[in-house]
Write a protein that binds this ligand. Structure first.
Ligand SMILES: NC(=O)c1ccc[n+]([C@@H]2O[C@H](COP(=O)([O-])OP(=O)(O)OC[C@H]3O[C@@H](n4cnc5c(N)ncnc54)[C@H](O)[C@@H]3O)[C@@H](O)[C@H]2O)c1
Length: 377
């Protein structure tokens, strides 16, 4: 069994553990966190061995195992580099790094050493995203012209986020979330879906702004609002919105010649994927008020129940990586995807109010669907 060790046992680590409880195809060997108290709380709750230092954990994972980097974004680069230097494959929470240069350095080192390097999110491997991909490839909506993707989280400055505590007792890291920003934190939830289906984004035309920074308890908040128009090499154009201001809306609409494929929630692996056929009723053009549910044929993957605002299996990506290592094949959670995702996300977040068109340098081809998602049932 491939060995997996965790660095960073905060809020999100609990979501991983809840997902691992559904069963793993790798061996979780334990965890390390630089906050000894939090590490002890996490390890006691989940009955995991704790390690006294990063070096000790990396040695225990050993070359060829997987480091699961669940630290804060500002630590992703250093911890990721240490993992690769130790000969471990690295799966890191998003973003891969805080600059494209750092992300490129990580990717170059991973390639040089023949190691895998992946960036969350992994929800594009989940049932809803894979159903969407099968529907698009199967031509359900006809030729796809435009996509609207929304990641509005609600008016978070007024949310009782001080009360958001993870299962084993970690507070939601509000300060870090606001300084990193909702675009770096969330754009990937739809960017990975779209890149995995349509491939590379050629050009980003975006704007970002700080609209509620006076309401956030941090000195240097990141943009809390961004809207991007994404021009894919394939010809598709998508509009992606990320805010912590607009009323909660995580919907996706894929608009094609025959109608619209839609779903309501990016953060639910089991979100219903539906199709509304377009037709003319006398002189009126409309999309059908009755939506057809689209489904894959057989079994997909284990699902976790809802926790907070999400029902996502956080184990899908690490499992994909571990299976790819064991089977000696490429991982769907590829270096190309991690780097392209990071370049596009940083371009959106940093756009400000006058960035013009930004040409992307990195590329990522569409990603092989999961074996259970070749076509709709
Ligand atoms: N909070 C969420 O809902 C959520 C959801 C999905 C993904 N994420 C992502 O997960 C990552 C972690 O977020 P979180 O919410 O768990 O944050 P957190 O602050 O609750 O936990 C991060 C942990 O990492 C530890 N850490 C940081 N740098 C370290 C280092 N160099 N060595 C050892 N330990 C270190 C901290 O002590 C802390 O315990 C972030 O990249 C975030 O974007 C968060």
């Amino acid at each position: 069994m491939i060995k997996v060790g965790i660095i960073g046992t905060g809020f999100v680590a609990d979501l991983y553990m809840r997902s691992f409880e559904l069963g793993t195809t790798f061996e979780l060997i334990g965890a390390y966190d630089r906050r000894a108290e939090r590490l002890a709380q996490f390890c006691a709750h989940w009955k995991q061995p704790s390690f006294a230092s990063q070096e000790e954990l990396l040695a225990a994972i050993g070359p060829g195992g997987i480091l699961l980097n669940l630290t804060n974004p500002s630590s992703h680069f250093d911890v990721g580099m240490a993992g690769l230097e130790a000969g471990c494959h690295v799966y890191t929470e998003k973003p891969l790094a805080m600059t494209v240069e750092d992300a490129q350095t990580l990717c170059d080192l991973a390639r040089d050493k023949g190691l895998m390097l992946a960036s969350a999110p992994c929800s594009f491997l989940g049932e809803a995203a894979q159903t969407l991909g099968a529907a698009i490839r199967g031509g359900v909506a006809g030729k796809v012209r435009v996509i609207y993707a929304e990641l509005d989280d609600g008016f978070i400055p007024q949310a009782r986020y001080a009360d958001w505590i993870s299962e084993s007792g970690a507070p939601w890291p509000a300060g870090d979330e606001f300084e990193v920003g909702c675009t770096l934190e969330h754009a990937g939830y739809y960017l990975t879906w779209l890149i995995s289906i349509f491939g590379s984004i050629r050009t980003v035309v975006s704007a970002s702004s700080r609209q509620v920074s006076d309401l956030l308890p941090v000195d240097d908040p990141a943009p809390d609002f961004s809207v991007a128009t994404l021009f894919f090499e394939s010809g598709v154009v998508a509009r992606l919105t990320c805010t912590i201001i607009g009323p909660h809306n995580h919907s996706l609409r894929v608009i094609g010649d025959r109608g619209v494929i839609e779903l309501d929630e990016a953060w639910n692996n089991a979100a219903k994927v539906r199709f509304r056929r377009r037709f003319n009723l006398r002189r009126r053009l409309m999309e059908s008020p009755v939506a057809k549910r689209l489904k894959l044929g057989g079994e997909t993957h284990p699902k976790v129940g809802r926790w907070g605002s999400a029902s996502m299996n956080f184990a899908l990506g690490v499992t994909e990586m571990a299976e790819a290592i064991r089977e000696g094949r490429d991982s769907r959670m590829s270096i190309d995807l991690a780097l392209h995702l990071t370049e596009v996300t940083l371009a959106i977040q940093g756009a400000g109010d006058n960035s013009g068109a930004q040409q992307m340098v990195t590329r990522c081809d569409p990603i092989e669907p999961m074996p259970w998602a070749k076509r709709l049932g």
